[in-house]
Design a protein around this ligand. Structure first.
Ligand SMILES: C[S@@+](CC[C@H](N)C(=O)[O-])C[C@H]1O[C@@H](n2cnc3c(N)ncnc32)[C@H](O)[C@@H]1O
Length: 259
């Protein structure tokens, strides 16, 4: 076993996997996952809505916008319909780079590296707080003179300082040309999306699990997309992006295009 893997404390990637019905988790992850569910009963629905959003957005970007390059930061453990599978189903020549810093995601990375022969799929073990290193490593697989869709789903919530999170996004978006996209999801405590439940659940998480997490309101979420043109329907619950009749979950989703 990778000696960075800790089985005595719950880890986000493994608990997320548990909420999605996966098997790549330990008793400590299931115990914390169940406690969080008791405080925030729709957390499983949030995780499923987030993955369904990923599927709709990647399909739309590949099929309608012609995007052929994807940089998925905060990949998570392999599950059904990973980014490369969704993108290469539409465009077998699509190139995908995954980035995560969790050692257990690294041990499962080979399951992510099964892309089509025409395209490319790579995994980079790196921290989102070092966007320059991510761009440098991704440039071995992606052509940064052509549009790239950068996915940051459920990860900026682990960068607790909002200025730092904005700076990470700005550095990444500065590295890609016009016609590139930023795809975001982020948990919120905004009451209009039912986010009140996040406060107690996140306090419990931060006392018992890793890494520490924060929710953000609409204005902070919107600030990550400053300077980009928002695709319809703008900033909504990720459940309703591309699925207008779905019920809201307390997780924002949006897609911005670099003009
Ligand atoms: C909530 S999961 C989301 C997974 C996937 N993006 C999704 O939406 O289903 C967040 C992922 O971000 C990763 N992560 C958290 N902090 C990170 C950091 N500073 N650098 C890189 N990855 C990080 C975790 O290991 C985890 O796999």
């Amino acid at each position: 076993m990778n000696d960075r893997i800790r089985t005595d404390i719950a880890h986000n990637a493994r608990v997320w996997n548990y909420w999605l019905g996966g098997k790549d988790n330990y008793p400590v992850d299931r115990a914390v996952g169940d406690q969080v569910t008791s405080l925030h009963p729709s957390i499983g629905a949030v995780a499923r809505a987030d993955r369904a959003f990923l599927g709709r957005v990647v399909t739309q970007l590949a099929a309608e916008a012609g995007v052929r390059q994807f940089l998925d930061i905060g990949t998570g453990l392999p599950t059904v319909d990973n980014t490369h599978e969704v993108a290469q189903r539409v465009a077998p020549d699509a190139r995908i780079v995954y980035v995560d810093n969790d050692p257990i995601v690294l041990t499962h990375a080979r399951a992510l590296l099964t892309g089509s022969a025409q395209g490319a799929t790579e995994y980079v073990d790196a921290d989102a707080r070092d966007p320059e290193a991510i761009v440098k490593a991704a440039a071995e697989t992606l052509d940064f003179s052509r549009p790239v869709a950068i996915l940051m789903l459920g990860i900026l919530n682990f960068v607790l300082d909002t200025d730092e999170a904005r700076s990470i996004v700005r550095t990444l978006m500065a590295a890609v040309p016009s016609g590139s996209y930023l795809v975001l999801t982020h948990p919120t405590d905004d009451p209009e999306l039912g986010g009140e439940a996040n406060a107690e659940a996140m306090a419990f998480w931060n006392a018992n699990a890793t890494p520490p997490i924060t929710a953000r309101g609409r204005a902070d979420f919107a600030s990550f997309l400053d300077g980009l043109d928002l695709l319809e329907p703008g900033i909504v619950s990720c459940a309703r992006w591309g699925a207008p009749r779905a019920a809201d979950v307390a997780q924002y989703g949006a897609v911005g295009r670099k003009p």
